[in-house]
Ligand binder design. Structure first.
Ligand SMILES: Cc1cc2nc3c(=O)[nH]c(=O)nc-3n(C[C@H](O)[C@H](O)[C@H](O)COP(=O)(O)OP(=O)(O)OC[C@H]3O[C@@H](n4cnc5c(N)ncnc54)[C@H](O)[C@@H]3O)c2cc1C
Length: 502
């Protein structure tokens, strides 16, 4: 079987890696100049930085086994510190009662507790009422905590009001996490930690992207091809049976099957001859963009967090990453600190079209206003624009997504996976799992329903987490014995670093 994979991000390159190991003929087409997609690592000012914070975490035995197979021993455990900055105060996140109380003051804390119990006794939103992000969170945490810890951050991220945001976003990301669980965890009770609460994670010594660069290298060693800087325009089919793809150069290539991680909406539109209702539904599916502003700040030890969530409504940025606080290997011997400020916007927003120097000036001003960098000199800045990186779960988005998915299922020979590839708010682990399962379906004829990944797949798989000494099954203390693997060398990086999708 000849398989083409569109995109060398976590999902696509995992699928290609597994297919190549399984003996399939596989070619990967990547629009950017390196493997890794949103989870790639770039060289900047003599250091290695990711595209914003990239903490890998999974409970899934299959995903963790694969990650360790590729990373080998070249990782370290990082003690997580990721506080919330809200109105000049730093709240520990996961929330710790004493710290929250200290920061809020007794009156605000009492109001939070009262508003929590009010929701339990007399909910603001009736059961069965059309659930939105706001009603989901208020129902579980109370109005006061919603206003402090969810509202402004979510509105910055999505650019729409929380009552216009679908509850799916909360259900996928916050899941069964509740105030009770947070408090139990803070007091040291409870068996297993919710994903939102884990306090250590494994991080590769060369940055997140090394995982995907190594996979790309292995695909080539096994006889596959990874074509960088080679965007695909559309998938070719006859009577809904796929026979190949067309590159943006107009060149066509023949394949029996295409695994696609290109934006879902563009994939579907490229198929052509869409019924009017499907075309309309596709147009209702929106993506949000990210603008990352990197600042090279003179000096070290500005703050200890790997990243800070910025909930203060007066600041435009929503998250600040400090690359000095992951593993020292990525910093080289630099005496400076690289920070990345994240801003989110739509294509039509001024932010997306803004001049780099204005964005760098804004980011510098915002960092100064927090007091975190004092009067340290900002030596230089760099802007990195990422298009379509957040599928927007607007209220009722499923009524548009579902018919499009059903339409796509009529085509033989296409597997859409990945974050924007399947319009799912994936983390790396979800995308890796989608890649693994897509390859398994093709190699072994399994019938994994990939649309379920990131929704309820975690309920049936075996659970294990990565520790310093290896992979440990839930409930055990000794690491599992895994086959010995030799870590793969890196492919050569290209000198020129361009935005991935801009
Ligand atoms: C700022 C930020 C922070 C994040 N933080 C975390 C985190 O802490 N932990 C975590 O686990 N995850 C995090 N994520 C999510 C994680 O990056 C993604 O889930 C993961 O990288 C998605 O992989 P993917 O392969 O599905 O998609 P992508 O990474 O988007 O890969 C798709 C690839 O397809 C290529 N492509 C697109 N169109 C075409 C075309 N027409 N032809 C050829 N190639 C094409 C793209 O260039 C890209 O390389 C974060 C994401 C962002 C944006």
């Amino acid at each position: 079987m000849r398989v083409a994979v569109i995109g060398a991000g976590a999902a696509g390159i995992t699928a290609a890696y597994e297919l190549a190991k399984g003996g399939a003929e596989v070619d990967v087409y990547e629009a950017g100049d390196a493997a890794g997609g949103l989870a790639r690592t770039i060289d900047l000012w003599g250091q290695k930085v990711d595209l914003g914070p990239h903490r890998f975490f999974s409970n899934d035995l299959r995903v963790n086994k694969l990650w360790l197979e590729v990373v080998g021993q070249d990782y370290d455990m990082v003690d997580r510190l990721t506080r919330i900055y809200y109105k000049k105060r730093f709240f520990d996140y996961p929330l710790k009662p004493a710290n929250a109380l200290w920061n809020m003051g007794i009156f605000k804390a009492v109001r939070c507790v009262l508003s929590y119990f009010k929701e339990k006794i007399k909910p603001s939103f009736k059961e069965g009422q059309d659930e939105t992000f706001e009603s989901w969170v208020v129902g579980r945490f109370g109005r006061q905590l919603f206003d402090m810890f969810f509202k402004s951050y979510s509105e910055k991220l999505w650019g729409i009001r929380c009552d216009e945001l679908d509850a799916d976003f909360a259900a996928q990301r916050i899941k069964k996490f509740s105030l009770g669980e947070a408090i139990k965890s803070a007091l040291g009770f409870g068996k297993s930690k919710h994903k939102t609460l884990v306090d250590q994670f494994a991080f590769p010594l060369e940055g997140t992207g090394v995982v995907y660069e190594r996979m790309a290298k292995k695909v080539e060693e096994l006889g596959g091809n990874v074509y960088l800087n080679t965007p695909v325009r559309r998938i070719l089919h006859e009577n809904k049976k796929v026979y190949g793809l067309e590159l943006t150069t107009g060149e066509t290539r023949r394949y029996d099957h295409v695994i696609s991680t290109m934006p879902f909406t563009l994939l579907v539109k490229g198929l052509g001859d869409l019924p009017v209702d499907i075309e309309y539904a596709v147009d209702q599916l929106k993506f949000r963009n990210t603008v990352l502003v990197y600042l090279n700040v003179a000096g070290k030890d500005m703050f200890k967090d790997q990243w800070l969530y910025i909930h203060s409504p007066d600041l435009g940025t929503g998250r600040v990453t400090n690359f000095c606080n992951w593993v020292p290997q990525i910093n080289g011997n630099s005496p400076n600190t690289i920070l990345a400020l994240e801003y989110w916007c739509y294509d039509e927003d001024a932010m997306w079209k803004g001049k780099d120097e204005d964005l760098i000036a804004q980011a510098t001003k915002e960092m100064r206003s927090t007091g975190l960098i004092g009067d340290a000199e900002v030596l230089e800045g760099k802007v990195w624009r990422i298009k379509r990186c957040y599928p927007v779960y607007g209220r009722g988005y499923k009524q548009f997504l579902e018919p499009v998915v059903e339409h796509l299922k009529q085509y033989e020979g296409i597997t859409p996976i990945g974050r924007y590839g399947s319009f799912k708010y994936n983390n790396q682990d979800h995308s890796i799992l989608m890649g693994l399962l897509a390859a398994e379906n093709l190699l072994h004829g399994t019938q994994h329903d990939l649309w379920q990944v990131n929704t309820d797949y975690s309920t049936y798989q075996e659970s294990a987490t990565i520790t310093k000494t290896g992979l440990v099954r839930q409930g055990e203390t000794e690491p599992m014995v895994l086959p010995r693997t030799t870590p793969l060398p890196l492919r050569n990086r290209t000198e020129k670093e361009e935005p991935v999708h801009a």
